[in-house]
Design a protein around this ligand. Structure first.
Ligand code: DLL
Length: 429
């Protein structure tokens, strides 16, 4: 079902006209209301009147996470506090959190964007949606909660954690939609299998996001739960979930282009890449009141896929995120994305889908170790077979990464499981 065909199937020219109008409004709005932008635009000698085409967006300054941190907590808000009805924050791993605010209109727009992706992923008002994201300052849980509610589905705000109880209630309540990070959904499947509950579970749709996952991981989740799994993308600074989401054709995440203008730039130079090339996603929200931003650098690496989709939507899609420019590991000069390692490991015979990557330095040499669980603990005593499996994984990794990784096979159920975003890489250099 297409939630808002009037926007999701718009002609290219009508969409671009709407985007231009909203971009012009946004630039005038931030110039008027956000001192940081007025100062930057003045310094660059650019005024709202200079945006005459969508390409003119390139004249505008970028915004980075540090701008929000430097103006902590509310310095970039464009409305008085009386108009703010919700505050979220993303913790990040270092420094101050970034704080984001919403007006009532922002919440409406956000819910609409999320309702669209829920519908695109196959959810309907008949569904019972179990939200297994952690409720709190994280935007994932309340974002999907409001979106599913807007669609008319019944929402079960169970939050993350307490996994056995989650599974019990999933069966008792007859939940049909699961909202979680892919890594938590995988762990939940494992627990459901152990509890012998899979037969009682009615899930049919998985709406996954907030972290990357590979096609192999999707296949694993679909197989274990017996669902159709789609993924969606977003970021607190931009709105939360709802920037884009896949339809059941699974050929890229449809961008809510009437609300988010996406560019792809070279992460080192900030210059636009050629159409269809990979690079860093830069997003300008086009209709936000409390926290409008110009050209926000996401650090997420993707590319844009243009042209209509089989589902009938005409919106530009973004390909699965390959990684974050700041998560990319450089091992002996070679660029390695954890997602490349995942695509080798998940689905391989004899090993489970959980893994950990540890990077160290020996003298001047970077070392990468990949730890992965065996499915059958008995193999640990069968030296020859263990050796052969280790070699097989090593060789496949080498083909993909072009470097030698140390492969360590560990007992089943010994690697860490995650209830939110997984942290699979430990860089000790
Ligand atoms: O993770 C918003 C969200 C919640 C999106 C729920 C989808 C579902 P943050 O906590 O601010 O916001 O983290 C944003 O998470 O820059 C990406 O690096 C990563 N991320 C989010 N979705 C995906 C995805 C939410 N589908 C950061 N694939 C982003 C890969 C993702 N990475």
């Amino acid at each position: 079902m297409i939630f808002q065909p009037e926007f999701e199937t718009m002609s290219r020219s009508a969409m671009e006209a709407l985007q231009l109008q909203r971009l012009q409004e946004t630039v005038a709005y931030v110039y008027e209301r956000v001192p940081l932008y007025r100062q930057r635009l003045d310094e660059m000698g650019i005024g709202p009147g200079d945006i005459r085409s969508l390409e003119d967006i390139r004249k505008l300054p970028f915004t980075v996470k540090d701008d929000l941190r430097d103006n902590y907590p509310y310095g970039m808000f464009a409305v008085p506090m009386k108009d703010v009805v919700r505050i979220h924050a993303s913790s990040g791993t270092t420094g101050r959190p970034t704080v984001v605010g919403y007006t009532q209109d922002d919440i409406e727009m956000w819910s609409t964007c999320v309702a669209r992706l829920c519908a695109a992923g196959g959810a309907t008002q008949e569904d019972i949606g179990q939200i297994s994201f952690g409720y709190g300052l994280f935007t994932g849980a309340l974002g999907l909660h409001f979106g599913l509610a807007k669609l008319g589905a019944a929402v079960v705000p169970i939050s993350s954690g307490n996994t056995e109880r989650q599974i019990q209630l999933m069966a008792d309540f007859g939940s049909t939609v699961l909202v979680a990070t892919p890594s938590y959904a995988l762990y939940m499947a494992e627990v459901a299998e152990k509890m012998g509950m899979m037969d009682r579970i009615k899930l049919r749709v998985g709406l996954f996001g907030a972290e990357g996952s590979t096609e192999e991981m999707r296949a694993e989740l679909e197989r274990r739960w017996g669902i159709v799994a789609t993924e969606n993308y977003g970021m607190s600074e931009l709105i939360g979930p709802g920037v884009s989401g896949e339809c059941t054709e699974k050929c890229g995440m449809h961008i809510n282009e009437d609300y988010f203008y996406c560019e792809i730039v070279n992460p080192d130079t900030g210059e636009p890449v050629e159409d269809g090339e990979w690079g860093e996603l830069v997003v300008t929200p086009l209709h936000k009141q409390a926290l409008p931003l110009l050209r926000y650098r996401t650090h997420d690496i993707t590319r844009l896929l243009k042209g209509p989709c089989k589902c009938g939507r005409t919106t530009t899609r973004m390909q699965k995120i390959a990684g974050r420019s700041d998560d990319m590991l450089i091992i002996r000069g070679v660029n390695v994305f954890p997602s490349q390692i995942e695509s080798v490991l998940v689905g391989m015979e004899g090993i489970g889908p959980h893994y950990e990557i540890v990077v160290t330095k020996k003298g001047f040499m970077d070392q990468i170790e990949v730890k992965v669980e065996l499915i059958d603990a008995a193999l640990l005593d069968a030296y020859k077979e263990l050796e052969a499996l280790t070699r097989k994984i090593h060789d496949r990794l080498k083909v993909v990464l072009q470097i030698d990784a140390k492969v360590t096979l560990v007992s089943p159920n010994t690697l860490k499981r995650f209830e939110g975003k997984a942290k699979r890489v430990t860089d000790l250099r």
